[in-house]
Design a protein around this ligand. Sequence first.
Ligand code: HEC
Length: 109
Amino acid sequence: MIKRLVLAALLGCALSSPVVAERGDPEQGRVISFTCAGCHGIPFHQNVYPTYSVPRIGGQNEGYIVSALRAYRSGERRHPTMQAQGNTLSDQDILDIAAYLADLGGDSQ
Ligand code: HEC
């Protein structure tokens, strides 16, 4: 009986807490996102060229980066350059990159 109550409490807790998203490996993400730096300017947090049209991605919200990359890959979000980038990434790559970028934080600059 007590066991049941404890189990119910644990379950209730697990269900009501926000879903913890699976997280990638930031170290791996750092390696993969090397190519992104040419346009996005990671790790300097600056856009290189053209400065006006490349958004800053270092320090952005992890979940946002994951959904943006998936959207480019699926074609839901249209942008030829980023769709080409997205097409080269696996689900794991996307998680890794997002973990790395989110960890950069928005503190420099
Ligand atoms: C050839 C230049 C180029 C490269 C290389 C590139 N990007 Fe981008 N990226 C862009 C541009 C331009 C945009 C803005 C596209 C748009 O308006 O939707 C963008 C948008 C994004 C966005 C959405 C940002 C936002 O604020 O909505 C993310 C996330 C992103 N890129 C991640 C990456 C990652 C990760 C890589 C490496 C795998 C990468 N990009 C490589 C040019 C590039």
